[in-house]
Design a protein around this ligand. Structure first.
Ligand code: MG
Length: 372
């Protein structure tokens, strides 16, 4: 079987209402992603996704201009040598991060989807089977808009949906954010796991000072307390706090994570499968984390293909802690799939269909396709 075509489609779905994000970033006005579709000479199709919240077009250009010539005519079951080939050709030009790795991630996910369809198995079975009959997830969605009462109200909605773990964005107004965490703790008691995510907003001393207050409120993890480039600063924060430190959503490949782990910077690794190198690479990152006795709790801020890839991989990992389930409005998650995600009682259930088990609706794809 041979690959006969590779299509890269940048998608952008506008949001009805802006979403406030972390301190240093602009409000979110649309959800975006790159979809890669790989077709074989027997007419089988695999879909992959690249994480491109800002602009999917550059990643689409990398797929078309750089990666596709290496894929046409190749056997899609050769995902491991193909990954090495694509990585090597970019590495030799110094491209080991950014859009090149996002493009490789999308291609790799599409190859795994295709492999599942060729072999008639869900991807998690090809990855070695599942440790979980359902995947534990937490809600990301307690953003920065609204006062404490509004955020507690939203948390009530998540709680009613079955979530017992939720993440609050912080990094703008520490006094109010600590009050919000206190209100969440008082409202839901010890039953609720509360995570906070600063998206790198603090310098190390401030992160430590705020972290000590959050520890008193039994916060479960402190995500990206300092900017992702400051690995030494992250190590310093981790040494001074007793709560879990989580990071890695901005990191790429096992080589990037090796640095994070050797510097004792994290307790919880958070690669995004649609950014850090796809299923092939994230399986290795998880093994690396296991060798350091660390948890894997994937970042997942993409559309439905990213979520499905995250779930299949997560199912196969002995050191999975919990998966992120973004609850911020996202038509690329909710409108795009032919088969909706199966969320029940605080868990996502793995699709049992061949491949990733999600098919994008081509008509919805066309509606959100960006001109290139
Ligand atoms: Mg984050």
């Amino acid at each position: 079987m041979k690959i006969v075509s590779v299509e890269a489609t940048p998608l952008e779905a506008p949001l009805a209402k802006f979403v406030a994000r972390a301190r240093q970033t602009v409000p979110l006005k649309a959800r975006r992603c790159l979809v890669v579709k790989i077709t074989t000479d027997e007419g089988l199709v695999g879909y992959g996704e690249g994480l491109t919240p800002v602009a999917p077009q550059p990643a689409a250009a990398v797929v078309r201009e750089v990666l596709t010539p290496f894929l046409i005519g190749r056997d899609p079951l050769d995902s491991e040598p193909l990954w090495e080939k694509l990585y090597a050709t970019n590495k030799s030009r110094g491209y080991t991060r950014g859009y090149q790795m996002i493009a490789i991630s999308a291609v790799d996910i599409a190859l795994w989807d295709l492999k599942g369809k060729i072999l008639g198995q869900p991807v998690y079975r090809l990855l070695g089977g599942t440790f979980w009959d359902r995947i534990p997830v937490y809600a990301t969605g307690l953003m920065m808009e609204g006062d404490t009462a509004a955020i507690v109200n939203l948390a009530h909605q998540y709680y009613a949906q079955g979530f017992r773990a939720m993440k609050l964005k912080i990094g703008q107004n520490a006094r109010q954010e600590i009050e919000t965490v206190r209100a969440l703790r008082q409202t839901f008691g010890s039953d609720l796991k509360i995570m906070v995510d600063a998206n790198g907003a603090y310098d190390p001393p401030t992160a430590i000072k705020i972290g000590r207050r959050l520890e008193e409120l039994d916060v479960y993890w402190f995500e990206e307390p300092v900017t992702p480039e400051d690995v030494i600063g992250l190590t310093r924060v981790r040494e001074h706090l007793n709560m879990y430190i989580a990071a890695g959503e901005c990191e790429y490949t096992k080589f990037g994570f090796r640095e994070l782990l050797l510097k004792n910077a994290v307790d919880i690794c958070q690669p995004d499968v649609a950014r850090a190198g796809g299923i092939t690479e994230c399986k290795k990152i998880a093994a690396l984390a296991q060798a350091f006795n660390l948890y894997y709790a994937p970042h997942a801020w993409g559309g439905v293909i990213c979520i499905a890839a995250t779930l299949h991989l997560a199912a196969s990992l002995p050191n999975l802690l919990v998966c992120e389930f973004d609850r911020v409005p996202n038509p690329l998650r909710d409108e795009l799939p032919v088969e909706p995600l199966d969320f029940r009682d605080g868990f996502l259930h793995l699709p049992d269909r061949a491949g990733l088990g999600v098919t994008p609706n081509e008509e919805i794809m066309r509606r959100y396709t960006l001109a290139t």
